[in-house]
Design a protein around this ligand. Sequence first.
Ligand SMILES: Cc1cc2nc3c(=O)[nH]c(=O)nc-3n(C[C@H](O)[C@H](O)[C@H](O)COP(=O)(O)OP(=O)(O)OC[C@H]3O[C@@H](n4cnc5c(N)ncnc54)[C@H](O)[C@@H]3O)c2cc1C
Length: 84
Amino acid sequence: MKFQSIKHFSVGVGGILPSMKNPRNTFMNFLKKSGFSTDITAHTHLIPYGGYEREVCSDRIILVGDAAGFVDPFYGEGIKYAFR
Ligand SMILES: Cc1cc2nc3c(=O)[nH]c(=O)nc-3n(C[C@H](O)[C@H](O)[C@H](O)COP(=O)(O)OP(=O)(O)OC[C@H]3O[C@@H](n4cnc5c(N)ncnc54)[C@H](O)[C@@H]3O)c2cc1C
């Protein structure tokens, strides 16, 4: 593939942490296979998906938002859940 006319892309890989042994290698291989340059600055972000069976409150504490793990595990959206 050739992408000469477009100057900026937002590209990423994602997965569940225990199964992502080396996300940087996975990402670089993905870039190479897809015809992108590997001369890039990469950023990583954890999506703190906690699952629905976690305890998120006790007598004097309540966790909300990311701290409670209230994010969409696929898209990473968490703002709506944090507000709710
Ligand atoms: C790159 C990226 C892109 C995202 N894009 C989207 C998107 O498009 N849509 C969407 O819905 N969600 C998105 N999210 C997720 C979303 O940002 C979070 O789910 C949401 O901000 C969670 O809100 P929160 O209030 O729980 O936590 P945060 O917004 O992380 O707020 C926690 C605050 O606590 C502060 N803090 C931490 N420790 C301390 C301390 N010891 N003392 C005092 N303050 C402290 C932090 O500085 C921070 O300001 C994205 C996340 C990332 C990383």
